[in-house]
Design a protein around this ligand. Sequence first.
Ligand SMILES: *Cc1c(COP(=O)(O)O)cnc(C)c1O
Length: 464
Amino acid sequence: MHEPDWKGPLGEALDQALTYLAGLPDRPVPGRAGLAELRAALGGPLPGKPQDPRQVVAELATAAEPGLVASAGGRFFGFVVGGATPAALAADWLTSAWDQNAALHVLGPAASVVEEVAGGWLAELLGLPAGVSVGFVTGVQMANFTGLAIALREVLGRAGWDVDAAGLWGAPRVRVLAGQERHGTIDRALRFLGAGAAAVVPVDADHQGRMRPAALADALGRGDGPAIVCAQLGNVNTGAVDPVAEVCRIAHGHGAWVHVDGAFGLWAAASPALRHLVAGVEEADSWATDAHKMLNVPYDSGLVFCAHPGAHRAAMGTRAGYLVHATGAERDALDYHPEHSRRARGIAVYAALRALGRAGVAELVERCCGHARRFAERLAAADGAEVLNQVVLNQVLVRFLAADGDHDAHTRRVVERVQQDGTCWMSGTTWQGRAAMRISVSNWSTDEADVDRAVAAILRQARQ
Ligand SMILES: *Cc1c(COP(=O)(O)O)cnc(C)c1O
């Protein structure tokens, strides 16, 4: 067999990527192409014969380009998405080139140790207890799934029920107490786990979306039996964080397990200036967070931590005769996540942490929150705009006032026009019955000029 040509396709990918990344600062944020155009450019019959790999990459890039959303750039403020820092992106490429299966130490000793080290650094950075176990998963959906799977198994075990053997049919009922303003991935994880959305006991939240501790104490006191409490750090609308120290104290007083969904809000712990918001978070039992949001690692990077490594391994681990399991101090990642084979996604996390350092992560989080405050200040100062939330982290909710009094319709129109304008992109939401524009700052490359350009575009559309 002749030498494979790596340079052709990989060189083409590098050129295409560099062109794309260089264009991000000036590119309109939404994709230009419509559905029919993309299907025409990318579709057609399945090729019958092999094609030149370099040409495949070039044609793919050309056909896809009009349908790309510049969410990796500095003027995308939709959802909570983050971007990718240069070190994380490059390490992600290397991860694919190395193509390690990170499930078992024997399949990738370097990958296994990289994740072990990154896991320790993350726990320290996020203020979690020394010795917590960590699982590298796809995102917080699966981190919540994993945390809740450990929790269910553990609280049922304490009640004398072996969920591994017997499943949930006939098991004592487990109450899952979660704030009214919890993220939908909690309910979805409970569905996947067979507990069902009916397991959730919603706990009253305040006007910022924070769980009310008194309501939690009340709800816990109204029943008994095994219980799990889900706290949230970072409401997707307001950015508000649950009073986690109090939540842990109350929950543990009732023998409940505390799982924290800290998808983006847990990163406040990495900043000396913001850490007070999540004080007491180390008291919880399990934590879910994303590296693909605040840390700006490419997608496919969620994290689950557990204060009870034995429970974590017992819930997730698997054994098979044909697998070569670690027998010594090595770490088999398979024991900490629901996947079997998987890419070594922790390598990009490791590179991100090394490139930023403790100071760089703190600065990244504080910068995003500072930009959110700048948005809020500029918009609040403008006629006809009203900021609806206390801007504690990186989220801003704003609505636009209409002369005819129909502020909801006007706000939705402004969101739509801003999306069409293309200078920036953010989505709309409904907050406590009112339509709002939802601004989320989570990209490392956003600067003040991006914020000012976005504010100008928003106000231009609001005044039309
Ligand atoms: C983003 C988010 C999730 C879901 O995380 P994914 O990484 O998209 O799976 C869950 N909870 C909160 C609070 C979030 O912000």
